[in-house]
Design a protein around this ligand. Structure first.
Ligand code: PLP
Length: 390
């Protein structure tokens, strides 16, 4: 008996500690972590450099208000600006807050152009969070049901459908921005093509819209680039980051560039905790380790290794539709709902996730090694085959 709201269908396991890509429960059973706290534990568990940096920072300074300069935050912003080419950023504590800031920025941009009912183009199957504005932007009725009235000002198109956005451009004068995930995560691991992203970039330039990418899940090295939109060689005007940025210490960021930069003035937006010294040191350390240990190229290699081995192991298995992904964001789509695979995975000692009802999702830490990839496949493939044979 607990006093927790019943907001999660929780698995019957609790972990006591972790090491690298492994988590341990109280009985000493170990689990290979292919979920990483939903793309959060970028450096795995108990990474020595993160532990040392955080321990030192806790002893020095955890939190001060944003009414003062925060040098850790300034340093982190310089670094993220260098990696992304973006001009400026606002720090918050989560993904939905980062997207919420992006939505506010787009509306603010619209109002300054004299559009007083600004609208944002969003995608089917999108996931942007669970605050009222972000659940309204989300393309999943289950997330919205029961929380109406939704926030107005979103126009939805099929994911990856440039022609549909061009149609919107023709008859909707209120549009101020396009918002999408370069790789849809919750929606079932759908990778936007480079052509789509380039097309959106050109359309936004032509129409004076902001191109906004939600890289809360796919950003920070996971797809083998610092940011997933970089696969298309374009730069957005706004980007939301969170999950993997702090390796488990909550931090989010809304980055802005070009026409989206310089809009907010004191009083337009804010956050009590956002960008505090502890969170910023977690993010800075995460980025340092990713950079110095070559983990972007590593993520790309491990992703290819996993995808190849999964395709091989599952080839010809009835019920497997597709293995797809980018870097260490991998989906295995089955022909039927498969939520129970999460529990079967636990029994097999692997932590996996199922999203969009029939897609097994793998989001391991970026430090996963070759042997661990092979072990994951060796445990996962028979688990899926057994499930499909019922
Ligand atoms: C998880 C997620 C969010 C919401 O992040 P929270 O930290 O849970 O608020 C937003 N966008 C995308 C793409 C996500 O994957």
């Amino acid at each position: 008996m607990t006093h927790l709201m019943n907001t999660y269908a929780r698995q019957p396991v609790a972990f006591t500690h972790g090491q690298g890509c492994w988590l341990f429960d109280a009985e000493g059973k170990r689990y290979l972590d292919a979920l990483a706290g939903v793309a959060v534990n970028t450096l795995g568990h108990n990474h020595p450099r993160l532990v040392a940096a955080l321990s030192a920072q806790i002893a020095r300074l955890i939190h001060v208000s944003n009414v003062y300069r925060i040098l850790e935050q300034e340093r982190l912003s310089d670094r993220l600006a260098r990696l992304s080419g973006m001009d400026e950023m606002f720090f918050c504590n989560s993904g939905c807050e980062a997207v919420e800031a992006a939505i506010k920025l787009a509306r603010f941009y619209g109002h300054q152009k004299g559009i007083d009912q600004p609208a944002i183009v969003v995608m089917e199957q999108a996931f942007h969070g669970r605050t009222l504005a972000t659940l309204s932007a989300t393309g999943n009725r289950k997330v919205q049901a029961g929380f109406e009235p939704l926030v107005a000002g979103f126009v939805r198109v099929p994911f990856g459908d440039l022609a549909a956005i061009e149609q919107v451009a023709e008859h909707n004068r209120n549009v101020v921005a396009v918002l999408f995930e370069p790789v849809q995560g919750e929606g079932g691991i759908h990778v936007a093509s480079a052509a789509f992203m380039q097309g959106v970039r050109m359309l936004c330039d032509r129409c004076g819209w902001l191109m906004m990418v939600d890289e809360v899940q796919c950003g920070v090295g996971r797809t083998g680039r610092w940011f997933a939109h970089q696969h298309a060689g374009i730069k957005p005007d706004v980007m939301a980051l969170a999950k993997g940025l702090g390796s488990g210490v909550p931090i989010g960021a809304c980055l802005a560039s070009g026409p989206a930069a310089g809009l907010f003035k004191p009083g337009n937006h804010g956050s009590t905790f956002g960008g505090n010294p502890l969170a910023c040191v977690a993010a800075e350390t995460t980025l340092s380790v990713l950079e110095e240990e070559g983990l972007l190229a590593h993520a790309e290699r491990m992703g290819e290794r996993l995808c190849m081995a999964l395709r091989e192991g599952l080839s010809g298995v009835a019920g497997v539709r597709e293995v797809r992904g980018q870097g260490l964001m991998i989906g295995i789509e089955l022909d039927r709902p498969c939520a129970e695979l999460v529990g079967k995975g636990l029994e097999a000692g692997i932590l996996i996730n199922v999203t969009a009802e029939r897609v097994v999702r793998l989001l391991p830490p970026l430090v996963i090694g070759e042997a661990e990839c092979d072990e994951l496949v060796a445990r996962l493939v028979p688990t899926i085959i057994r499930f499909l044979r019922g």
